[in-house]
Design a protein around this ligand. Structure first.
Ligand SMILES: Cc1cc2nc3c(=O)[nH]c(=O)nc-3n(C[C@H](O)[C@H](O)[C@H](O)COP(=O)(O)OP(=O)(O)OC[C@H]3O[C@@H](n4cnc5c(N)ncnc54)[C@H](O)[C@@H]3O)c2cc1C
Length: 354
């Protein structure tokens, strides 16, 4: 049975970023990914999705995304870029391989997959969040007989034409899906609080720059709530929805009934479908047996992506707890570079030079 120095679980942008920084190492590593082609979870996003930053700010380390005709690249353009990135660096990736569980055996990781067993001395988990769509708990949700879909499963409005649709969630997904659905259906938007729309001239690139500055204490001119990476970027489709005057959100209902929702004042309103744009949680199920998961996170050493409890395990790309903005295209490179430095040091000092 072959034993690798390092296995990276997940071949999305986070896994590829780690691989990019491994190029000059001598480590014998392999990426395992459960999809049949490149693209990570971008393959499972809705058809019309546009990135919220121009290509320069939607690029991974080393090789920038080629400029696209439209200022905000489509998801198809981004998947093509990820595919070309992977080919350019010829990363070792085994696809169609679902990692089911990881256990420790004689100081090695034993990685049980849909395609057999792999062993490695160290492990990077970069499995993203798309397998764990989050839907908040509303009373009587199971009584609702209409359709309920998470944004993960929303593709386009083909099955929603002229229906009454409730879009739930205040992030970019909620705003973009509302913008699209409201053209073909009677759409209403529900958010916990008033959505935080960015000014028209602030898109992802400014968001990253401002967030960086604030994070590193360079400025206190912009209150942090205004620069949250979850703020809504006014991409063209959202601006267009504003012009149509449909970009209004109301506060949540209190429960469901058979045909729809019950608002706070007791009024009932029927809906044909609910689209939950309510986010995701880290997909860590494969690490359960290592007993390192607490509150759906793995505690990491401060300023590091290394697990505090399992020193041969690193976690990349899940959110701020795995590095500032590491769940974004622009942000993941910084933590990937740091992760590889730590892995390299681990092999040099703790295991002896290769
Ligand atoms: C709708 C939406 C729009 C976004 N727009 C932007 C944007 O414009 N700009 C930006 O910077 N960020 C954006 N993001 C955030 C982020 O860039 C993406 O979520 C990105 O896909 C995260 O990359 P990742 O590599 O961490 O995870 P993923 O892309 O999910 O990659 C993880 C890979 O691991 C695989 N995998 C998972 N579990 C296993 C397993 N057990 N075994 C084997 N393989 C496994 C997955 O199938 C996948 O291929 C957006 C996110 C969403 C949801």
């Amino acid at each position: 049975m072959k034993q690798y120095d390092l296995i990276i679980i997940g071949g999305g942008q986070a896994g590829l970023s780690v691989a990019y920084f491994l190029r000059r190492s001598n480590l014998d590593y392999l990426i395992l990914d459960n999809q049949s082609k490149p693209g990570g979870s971008w393959l499972q996003t809705w058809d019309s999705l546009k990135l919220f930053s121009p290509s320069e700010y939607s690029s991974l380390s080393g090789w920038g995304m080629p400029k696209t005709e439209q200022e905000y690249p489509s998801k198809t353009a981004f998947i093509a870029y990820l595919t070309a990135y992977e080919n350019r660096y010829d990363f070792p990736i085994q696809r169609d391989t679902d990692v089911l569980t990881v256990i420790k055996e004689n100081d090695l990781f034993k990685i049980e997959t849909s395609k057999g067993i792999f062993y490695s001395k160290a492990l990077v988990s970069a499995t993203g969040t798309a397998r764990k769509p989050f839907i908040p708990n509303y009373p009587d949700r199971e009584q609702f007989i209409g359709e309920q879909i998470h944004s993960l499963h929303y593709r386009n409005t083909d099955d929603l034409k002229n229906k009454k649709v409730l879009v739930v969630g205040a992030g970019n997904s909620g705003a973009q899906i509302l913008a699209e659905v409201s053209k073909d259906a009677f759409a209403k938007w529900v958010t916990l609080e008033e959505p935080n729309f960015l000014a028209d001239d602030i898109d992802g690139r400014h968001l990253f720059a401002q967030a960086n500055d604030t994070y590193f204490g360079k400025t206190d001119t912009v209150p942090s709530s205004k620069i949250a990476l979850s703020s809504i970027v006014m991409v063209p489709s959202v601006k267009e929805a504003r012009e149509r005057k449909v970009l209004h959100a109301v506060r949540p209902f209190k429960s469901f009934y058979k045909d729809g929702v019950v608002w706070d004042n007791g009024d009932k309103e029927p809906f044909d479908a609910i689209i939950w744009c309510t986010g995701f949680k880290a997909n860590l199920d494969h690490l359960t047996a290592l007993t390192v998961i607490e509150n759906n996170q793995v505690k990491t050493i401060e300023e590091s992506t290394r697990s505090a409890l399992e020193p041969k395990l690193w976690l990349v790309g899940y959110g701020n707890w795995t590095g500032f903005a590491s769940a974004t295209i622009y942000g993941v490179g910084k933590t990937a570079r740091q992760t590889v430095k730590e892995i390299q040091a681990f092999f040099n000092t703790e295991l002896g030079p290769l």
